[in-house]
Design a protein around this ligand. Structure first.
Ligand code: PEP
Length: 239
């Protein structure tokens, strides 16, 4: 039986702690990582303290401290109790121009502080549909080549998120996911890999059953605590 991780990225949305507390009732969800916005991290620490969930952040600075207005450091995340941190999300690349070398810097600082980086990689749509998976493999391996420079790969989680599947309702086929994730494992040595991109009620069972998928990075569906709990329970039953 594999421990299937559900990583919930609330993005710039407010999710009331109470809505997760109510949905989780008396059960523990140790395989659920909640990643609220920075302002709400402290609130969610309470849920973490009751051993219900694991706690993650959505981003971190590539600098340790100093004159970096508006940034949050690894030490600050550590201090508040974050155990995981998403880095290199496609939205940060698109809207904040995050580069692969910045992501690499973040990964190294996180590992030094014992916070597990969840590294996002993924390709845009390719011009020839039948070659999408082939293109994806080449693309994500070249991203990882730079992001994993001088990094202990046993300490990271890689989330494969095709950009065309994020928030669009389009999901990569099972074969596509399997091809890309097994290539990541084979060529980088990373052991823990997630799929992300419109993961939800209609596809979670099929995706969870794919061998090399160890979990999911979830955007939209993570705003529905009841659905996250339902998926987690069902996944435990079927795996
Ligand atoms: C994401 O933003 O990482 C994501 C996977 O979003 P969604 O689940 O909404 O596609």
């Amino acid at each position: 039986m594999k421990n299937f991780l559900l990583v919930c990225n609330f993005k710039m949305n407010v999710v009331e702690t109470k809505s997760y507390v109510d949905a989780m009732k008396n059960e523990e969800y140790a395989n659920v990582i909640l990643c609220p916005n920075f302002c709400d991290l402290k609130e969610f620490v309470k849920l973490k303290k009751s051993n219900k969930i694991l706690l993650g952040a959505q981003n971190v600075s590539e600098f340790e401290s100093g004159a970096h207005t508006g940034e949050i450091s690894v030490a600050m995340l550590k201090n508040i109790g974050a155990q995981f941190c998403i880095v290199g999300h496609s939205e940060r690349k698109q809207f904040n121009f995050e580069t692969l070398s910045q992501t690499n810097q973040k990964v190294k600082l996180l590992i030094e502080s014992n916070i597990s980086p969840i590294i996002c990689v993924g390709e845009e749509l390719y011009s020839v549909e039948e070659k999408q998976a082939e293109f994806a493999v080449r693309f994500v391996l070249s991203e990882l080549n730079e992001i994993l420079k001088d990094v202990d790969v046993s300490k990271v989680i890689v989330a494969y998120e095709p950009v065309w599947a994020i928030g669009t309702g389009k999901v990569a086929s099972n074969e596509h996911i399997e091809t890309v994730l097994s290539a990541i494992k084979k060529y980088t040595g990373v052991e823990f890999t997630l799929y992300g991109g419109s993961f939800g009620e209609n596809n979670f069972e099929d995706i969870a059953k794919i061998d090399c998928v160890d979990g999911a990075l979830i955007g939209g569906a993570s705003l529905k605590p009841e659905l996250i709990c339902k998926m987690q329970k069902r996944i435990k039953e079927i795996l």
